[in-house]
Design a binder for this molecule. Structure first.
Ligand code: M6R
Length: 609
C-alpha cells in the first residue's frame, strides 16, 4: 500500500505533488519521491524517510515543470532506502513510473530483462516495469504501456511519464485504488481522494483494466483494446479529513473494512494453483531443513501473541511439531531451553516492538534459527531474523490492531499447511479443504462487514457495562483473548477472557445478573462442553451473546443473542469469529465517547521494554 499522485497543467507540479503526497502518508511513509519533466528531461528526486526528508532534500532546488508524478512508499519488495524509493526509471531515463501494489511475476520479467542487458538500480518489483517499457518501446507511449500491462501479473495502480511525450500521463489499475481529479486546464491523478480534494471535487473513480490518458485539457479513458469508456463524474462531498480515512470515522473502522483486501494480499502468490498447496517463495525450506527442527517457539506481544497461540495450534495439528508460545517480555528472562534444533518465530505488526526484538536476539544468541512474521518491510525485526514472511496488510494506523491480526492468522494457517505438507503430516484431503476455504475468506469477511446493525445494537446495550467476559474452548479461547483485549483497549470496559472450562475454578464467582458474557462456539469437537459452560453462566443470570457458525440450530435456544458467522472449516473459524468482536469493541468505544484511534496510555509501536 503506497500513495501515488500525478499532476499535469499550467502550475508548477512540485508543490502540488508534495501537498498531495502529504495527504497520503497514511498509506505509506518509509520513503518518498517525485519526478517532474523540466522541458528537456525528467528530473527525479527521492529519499528514504518521511515526506519531510524529501522536502528538506530538495529545498532551494525543487524540480521545475508542470507535469510530474509523486509517491509515498510502503515497502513490499526491497527495504526502505533511497534506491528503492519511487519513482523508478529505465536506464535512459525516458520512462518513469510510480506504482502501488505488487508485480507478482517481476522475478521472471527481471531475468528476461537482465538477459537482454538491462541493469537495475533497485531491489523493487516496480523498476522492472520501467525497464519493460524501454524494452517494449515502439515509438508510441500508449501502445507501449498496453504491451507492458499485458505482460505483468499482480496488483497495481501505475502512473507512467514519458520524456518523449511529456504532454500526457498514462495511468491504469488492477486491485488497487485510483482516482482522476478533473480540473480546468489541469488534471490530477491519485491513489486516493485526499490527495486531490483541495483542487477539485470532480473525479473519475477508475476500475480495473481501464487506462486513462491524462493531458492538461482532457482525460480519455479506454480499455486495453482501445475501446472508449464513458466515465461518470463522481462529485466528492466529504471533507478532507474524512477523505483521509476513506470516509470512515476512524482509522480503526477503515482498517476493519480493509480486511478483505488485506487478507487477499496476504494470500496473493502463496495459495498454490493446485488446490491444497501453499508456496512461500521467500522460505525455500527443504524437507531436510524441517527434519532438523525439533521444536518451535512462537514469541510476540499483545494481539500478535494471540495470533501466535492460534499459530501454535496450526503447527502442532498440521505439522506435528511441538510448539511453545511465549509473551516476548517473559521469554528472555526465563532462561528458555533453546538451541540450534529450535526454530523461533516472532510475530510483530510493526517489526519494532522492543520485547519481541530482544526475544529474537536472545534466540539467535542461543543458536536457534529465526523467522519473522511482520507487516513492515525493512523493520528491525525483519532485518534481524534469518527469514521473513510479510503479511502485506498495508499500514495500520489505529493503535488497536485489526487487519494485522487477521493477516497474521492467515500467514500462520498457510505456514501450518506448508510445513505440514513438507513433513508429510497433513493429509491431501484436509490440505485441499483448507485452501479451498481460504479462498472464500475475503468474500466472507466482506459479507460480514456489510451487515453490522445487530452488533451496533449490542454495543449500545452493553456499552455502559463496567465488566465483560469472553469464553471459548480450543481455538475459540484464543479468539476470546483477542476479543477481550480489543474491548478493554479501546472502550476501557474491564474484559477478561477464559478458557470456558476454567470458569468453575474460581471466576464463576464474578458472574452476576446482567453481566455480558460473549461465548465463542465455533469448534465442533468441543461444542457440547462449551454449551454446558454457557448454561453455567446463564444459570447465574448473565446475558450471553454467542458467536456461532451459520447453520447452528442449537445455540439460539440457550443464548440470549447469537451472532452468526459464515460457515467455514473449524480451523478457519477464528479468522471470521474475531470480526464481530472487533466491531463490538469499536462501537462500544464510540458509545462511551472514547478516543478510538488513540486510546489512553497506549502507543502504536512499543519500542521500550
Ligand atoms: O507491532 P506489534 O505487533 O509487535 O505490537 C504488539 C502489540 O503491542 C500490539 O499487538 C498491541 O497489543 C495492539 N495494540 C493490540 O490491539
Amino acid at each position: 500500500m503506497c500513495g501515488i499522485v500525478g499532476y499535469i497543467g499550467n502550475q508548477q507540479a512540485c508543490p502540488i505533488l508534495l501537498d498531495g503526497m502529504s495527504k497520503l502518508e497514511y498509506r505509506g511513509y518509509d520513503s518518498a519521491g517525485i519526478a517532474v519533466y523540466d522541458g528537456k528531461r525528467i528530473d527525479i528526486e527521492k529519499c528514504v524517510g518521511r515526506l519531510q526528508a524529501l522536502r528538506i532534500k530538495i529545498q532551494g532546488h525543487e524540480p521545475q515543470g508542470t507535469v510530474g508524478i509523486g509517491h509515498t512508499r510502503w515497502a513490499t519488495h526491497g527495504r526502505p532506502s533511497d534506491r528503492n524509493a519511487h519513482p523508478h526509471c529505465d536506464e535512459s531515463g525516458r520512462f518513469v513510473v510510480v506504482h502501488n501494489g505488487i508485480i507478482e511475476n517481476y522475478l521472471e520479467l527481471k531475468e528476461y530483462l537482465l538477459e537482454k542487458g538491462h541493469r537495475f538500480s533497485s531491489d523493487t518489483d516496480t523498476e522492472v516495469v520501467a525497464h519493460l517499457m524501454a524494452d517494449q518501446y515502439d515509438g508510441d507511449f500508449l501502445s507501449t504501456v498496453k504491451k507492458v500491462i499485458r505482460r505483468i501479473d499482480g496488483s497495481y495502480s501505475l502512473v507512467f511519464l514519458c520524456a518523449d511525450e511529456p504532454d500526457k500521463l498514462i495511468t491504469t489499475k488492477k486491485d488497487n485504488p485510483l482516482v482522476i481529479g478533473l480540473g480546468e486546464g489541469e488534471n490530477f491523478i491519485a491513489s486516493d481522494i485526499p490527495a486531490i480534494i483541495g483542487h477539485t471535487r470532480r473525479t473519475y473513480i477508475m476500475s480495473d483494466g481501464e487506462i486513462a490518458i491524462v493531458t492538461k485539457d482532457a482525460v480519455r479513458v479506454e480499455d486495453l483494446n482501445g475501446n472508449p469508456i464513458n466515465k461518470k463524474v463522481y462529485n466528492v462531498t466529504w471533507n478532507a479529513e474524512a477523505a483521509e480515512k476513506g470516509g470512515f470515522e476512524h482509522f480503526m473502522l477503515k482498517e476493519i473494512y480493509e480486511q478483505p483486501k488485506a487478507v487477499r494480499e496476504t494470500m496473493r502468490g502463496r495459495l498454490g494453483k493446485e488446490e491444497g498447496t501453499i508456496d512461500f517463495p521467500e522460505l525455500n525450506w527443504t524437507k531436510a531443513d524441517l527434519r532438523g527442527i525439533k521444536k518451535v517457539f512462537i514469541v510476540a506481544c499483545g494481539t500478535a501473541y494471540h495470533a501466535g497461540l492460534v499459530g501454535k495450534y496450526y503447527l502442532e495439528k498440521f505439522a506435528r511439531i511441538p510448539v511453545e508460545t511465549d509473551i516476548a517480555s517473559e521469554f528472555r528472562y526465563r532462561d528458555p531451553l533453546v538451541d540450534s534444533s529450535c526454530l523461533m518465530i516472532v510475530i510483530s505488526q510493526s517489526g519494532e516492538t522492543s520485547d519481541t526484538l530482544a526475544a529474537l536476539r536472545e534466540a539467535k544468541r542461543l543458536g536457534a534459527r529465526t523467522m519473522a512474521v511482520t507487516n513492515v518491510v525493512g523493520s528491525s525485526i525483519a532485518r534481524e531474523a534469518d527469514q521473513v514472511v510479510y503479511t502485506y496488510a498495508g499500514p495500520e494506523i489505529a493503535v488497536a490492531s485489526t487487519k494485522a491480526y487477521t493477516t497474521q492468522l492467515i500467514v500462520m494457517l498457510m505456514l501450518g499447511i506448508y510445513v505440514g505438507r513438507l513433513r508429510g503430516e497433513l493429509s491431501d484431503e484436509l490440505a485441499r479443504t483448507l485452501t479451498r476455504d481460504l479462498r472464500e475468506i475475503p468474500e466472507q469477511i466482506h459479507a460480514m462487514l456489510e451487515d453490522t446493525e445487530q452488533i451496533k445494537i449490542f454495543a449500545k446495550r452493553y456499552g455502559s457495562s463496567e465488566n465483560a467476559f469472553f469464553l471459548g474452548r480450543s481455538l475459540d479461547y484464543f479468539v476470546a483473548l483477542e476479543g477481550a483485549l480489543k474491548l478493554k483497549e479501546i472502550s476501557y470496559i474491564h474484559a477478561e477472557a477464559y478458557a470456558a472450562g476454567e470458569l468453575k475454578h474460581g471466576t464463576l464467582a464474578l458472574v452476576v445478573e446482567g453481566l455480558p458474557v460473549i461465548v465463542l462456539a465455533t469448534q465442533a469437537d468441543v461444542y457440547p462442553k462449551t454449551i454446558s459452560n454457557l448454561k453455567e453462566v446463564k444459570a447465574r443470570e448473565a446475558e450471553v451473546i454467542a458467536i456461532a457458525l451459520q447453520g447452528d440450530r442449537e445455540i439460539d435456544k440457550v443464548a440470549d443473542h447469537v451472532i452468526y458467522v459464515p460457515k467455514t472449516d473449524k480451523f478457519l473459524a477464528p479468522i471470521l469469529a474475531v470480526l464481530p468482536l472487533q466491531l463490538l469493541a469499536y462501537y462500544a468505544a464510540l458509545t462511551r465517547g472514547c478516543d478510538v484511534d488513540k486510546p489512553r496510555n497506549l502507543a502504536k509501536s512499543v519500542t521500550v521494554e
